[in-house]
Ligand binder design. Structure first.
Ligand SMILES: CCCCC/C=C/C(=O)SCCNC(=O)CCNC(=O)[C@H](O)C(C)(C)COP(=O)(O)OP(=O)(O)OC[C@H]1O[C@@H](n2cnc3c(N)ncnc32)[C@H](O)[C@@H]1OP(=O)(O)O
Ligand SMILES: NC(=O)C1=CN([C@@H]2O[C@H](COP(=O)(O)OP(=O)(O)OC[C@H]3O[C@@H](n4cnc5c(N)ncnc54)[C@H](OP(=O)(O)O)[C@@H]3O)[C@@H](O)[C@H]2O)C=CC1
Length: 282
């Protein structure tokens, strides 16, 4: 996946820029990092698993380096941003891509589950944005933050914790765009639909198998398409889009129709629930 040049953008679009991509070791984050590098940026990939980040950096080449840490832990978040500044002396673009949830009926979400999802998607995203602004973008009088959300525009009946969290991020995007406009900082959200990444493997099979069929575009989004949008938002155009939520969903959003969804309900009327990850990976 070593990037040479962008398939769609002019060479040097992001020359000289330094970007931080959270969740940059996998899926959409990895593809965004590859495209940003292809456009000329230096990219720091952040995430919790060093080995995953190192493997991706090796694939992307010398413009990619890594910073390991958990964005929910304040010391880690501070260290990640400090690493970017030590390495590059600047931070032009934060791609707040790390996030997630699990598939579960609303009534089965435990308090700890709500907290885990809110803490990652709202808390981690907020802390990374604040640190990027305080430590790098406000002093520089310039910067761009791209918040990646799972589009909640129709409500996410199978992931209500994430529905609330992602709607919060969209609202924060607007508020931050207003609050930081005077500092020269643009804030934009990408409301993504269904994308073909390895992360989809964790969802129950009937859920996974039904999603692509239900996208009017008749296919899942490709990570490089999402990455092109991130690069576009990192360009000068992103500045005029500050405060916007750009939807990229093949006309499907992440939810449609009744609960329980007939396509995934079993003979007993139950909806499949996502399995817990093995303890070692938690
Ligand atoms: C096909 C349909 C969707 C298509 C669109 C795709 C959208 C995507 O977003 S794909 C990307 C998905 N990637 C991820 O979700 C990765 C990140 N996710 C996570 O790390 C976890 O899901 C997390 C958000 C729950 C955070 O994990 P962590 O903080 O490590 O939380 P714990 O595993 O310790 O769990 C805490 C708490 O949460 C409840 N819980 C977690 N998982 C489940 C589960 N599968 N089923 C039921 N409950 C779960 C539970 O209450 C846990 O507390 P304890 O039981 O006391 O441990
Ligand atoms: N694939 C899809 O269809 C869609 C995905 N999205 C969203 O796009 C983003 C990327 O998704 P995708 O690439 O598919 O999924 P992944 O699960 O591959 O991406 C999540 C990334 O975030 C990192 N991460 C998770 N928790 C933390 C944490 N606490 N601190 C630091 N990093 C963390 C993970 O690395 P590590 O575990 O090593 O920390 C991983 O690299 C997510 O926010 C997802 O919800 C939105 C719409 C659709």
């Amino acid at each position: 996946m070593r990037a040479v040049s962008s398939e769609i953008f002019a060479p040097g679009l992001l020359d000289g820029q330094a970007a931080l991509v959270t969740g940059g070791g996998t899926g959409l984050g990895r593809a965004a990092a590859a495209e940003l590098i292809a456009c000329g940026a230096q990219v720091v990939l952040a995430g919790r698993r060093a080995e995953v980040l190192e493997a991706t950096a090796a694939r992307l080449g010398p413009a990619a380096t890594t910073a390991t840490g958990d964005i929910r832990v304040d010391d880690d978040a501070e260290r990640i941003v400090a690493t970017v500044l030590e390495r590059h002396g600047r931070l032009d673009l934060l791609v707040n891509n790390a996030g997630g949830q699990y598939f579960v009926p609303a009534e089965a979400i435990a308090t700890r589950g709500w907290q885990a999802v809110m803490r990652l998607n709202v808390g981690g995203t907020t802390r990374m944005a604040e640190l990027a602004v305080e430590r790098a973008m406000r002093p520089a009088g310039r910067g761009t933050i791209v918040n990646v959300t799972l589009s909640p525009h129709h409500g996410l009946a199978g992931m209500t914790h994430s529905s609330a969290a992602r709607a919060a991020v969209e609202s924060l995007t607007r508020a931050w765009a207003e609050r930081w406009a005077g500092d020269g900082i643009a804030v934009i959200a990408v409301a993504a639909g269904h994308f073909q990444t390895d992360a989809l493997d964790k969802y129950p099979a009937p859920v996974r198998e039904s999603v692509a069929r239900m996208v009017p575009l008749q296919r899942l989004g490709q990570p490089r398409e999402h990455a092109w949008l991130v690069a576009l938002l990192a360009s000068e155009l992103g500045r005029s889009l500050s405060g916007s939520v750009v939807t990229l969903d093949g006309a499907r959003d992440n939810w449609c129709g009744p609960w329980p969804p007939p396509a995934i309900t079993d003979d007993g009327g139950d909806v499949p629930v996502e399995e817990r990850r093995p303890a070692a990976t938690r």
